[in-house]
Design a protein around this ligand. Structure first.
Ligand code: AHG
Ligand code: MN
Ligand code: MN
Length: 337
């Protein structure tokens, strides 16, 4: 089988399907290149002095790891000069980063979780990068200083592209431009991303769930009911046994679901009742929801489609239930009961 590269895939999308403008193609290539740089740093581990804490905190009050900061810098530096972006936003930055005046300003907005699964860095378990692309809307007349946080507050369904990279046994880039989901594997000898799966589909049914079970006692009744029924197995109301997986890197858990199905939950819980959930809407839930829907799955917060939520703030959190359609519908239905 003749494999095609990410570049060829994007050129074909642009040429044959008219899906993507040249600027978006450049943007995706640059993000993919930045992910390669991050993959190299991840790979060096202790030898590259990239493990451990940076002893600083991000805007969400989480202690930053060295790799959180390195990855954030790599993504910013890679994306500043291309002329394709107006501004960027990241888990690791309090507010937006507007493209400096010395560079031309483009039409797109980029959001990212530079390093997802930070608790897994030091223990050599899969981690990743998540990204989401929006268009600049409104009337800006090309003046850089007019871009504000408000320009980012668009619902996930407005995304022009989204994806993630998994730094695992293989380095894989998963991408949607709204025409299905494609998977690229990094060939380390040539440095090219090669298409290894296209039009990925998540099976509608599954016998595998992903949730941090240690939080069980804090969940709301509909989530407890759903998991209790899974745990009851063959003898319970579901009439089948379920298996459980929890990597604690959303990228790795979602990648497994895209590969073989499953349902992922990070629900609201009463530890911090004022927070809608742990995961962040704009650079974790939205890009993943876009990918999952493009692969035939569903993504909700228990009562609403994730992609329809209109964000109020950049770092807003959300309850997340995504993956195999019938399971997501079931647990969402329990919330309505
Ligand atoms: P991040 O490392 O970007 O802060 O994200 C971690 C997230 C997500 O990747 C994962 O699903 C979840 O946190 C794990 O949380 P628990 O440690 O509570 O299980
Ligand atoms: Mn994350
Ligand atoms: Mn992160």
């Amino acid at each position: 089988m003749k494999r095609i590269s990410l570049t060829q895939y994007l050129v074909e999308q642009q040429r044959e399907h008219g899906r993507i403008p040249a600027e978006l193609r450049l943007l995706i290539e640059i993000v993919a290149r930045a992910c390669k740089t991050i993959a190299i740093a991840v790979n060096k581990g202790a030898l590259g002095d990239v493990l451990g804490s940076a002893e600083t905190e991000n805007v969400q009050g989480e202690v930053q790891k060295k790799l959180d900061i390195i990855s954030n810098e790599v993504l910013i530096e890679a994306n500043e000069w291309g002329g394709h972006l107006a501004a960027m936003a990241s888990e690791e930055m309090d507010t937006i980063h507007v493209v400096p005046h010395r560079y031309p300003q483009g039409e797109y907005l980029l959001l990212f979780d530079p390093l997802d699964g930070s608790s897994n860095i030091d223990v050599n378990v899969s981690i990743g990068t998540i990204f989401s692309v929006l268009r600049k809307v409104g009337h800006h007349h090309g003046r850089v200083d007019e871009i504000t946080e408000e320009d980012f507050l668009q619902p996930g369904r407005a995304q022009a592209a989204a994806g993630y990279c998994v730094y695992g046994p293989q380095t894989t880039l998963v991408l949607t431009v709204g025409e299905g989901v494609a998977v690229f594997t990094l060939n380390r000898e040539t440095g090219s991303w090669m298409l290894t799966a296209d039009q990925v589909q998540i099976p509608a049914d599954t016998q595998e769930f992903a949730v941090n079970m240690s939080n069980l006692r804090h969940w709301a009744p509909p989530v407890r009911r759903y998991i209790d029924e899974c745990l009851a197995g063959k003898d319970g109301p579901r009439g089948k046994d379920f298996n459980m997986r929890w990597v604690a890197s959303m990228v790795a858990d979602v990648h497994r679901i895209l590969t073989r199905g499953g349902v992922f939950l990070y629900p609201w819980d009463q530890r911090e009742p004022h927070k809608p959930g742990k995961l962040r809407l704009m650079y974790e839930a939205n890009p993943m929801a876009f990918l999952v829907e493009q692969a035939g799955g569903s993504a909700t917060n228990g009562s609403q489609r994730i992609l329809d939520i209109v964000p109020g703030t950049l770092h807003e959190r959300v309850s997340v239930m995504l993956g195999s359609k019938n399971e997501v519908q079931r647990v969402t239905g329990y919330h309505a009961d």
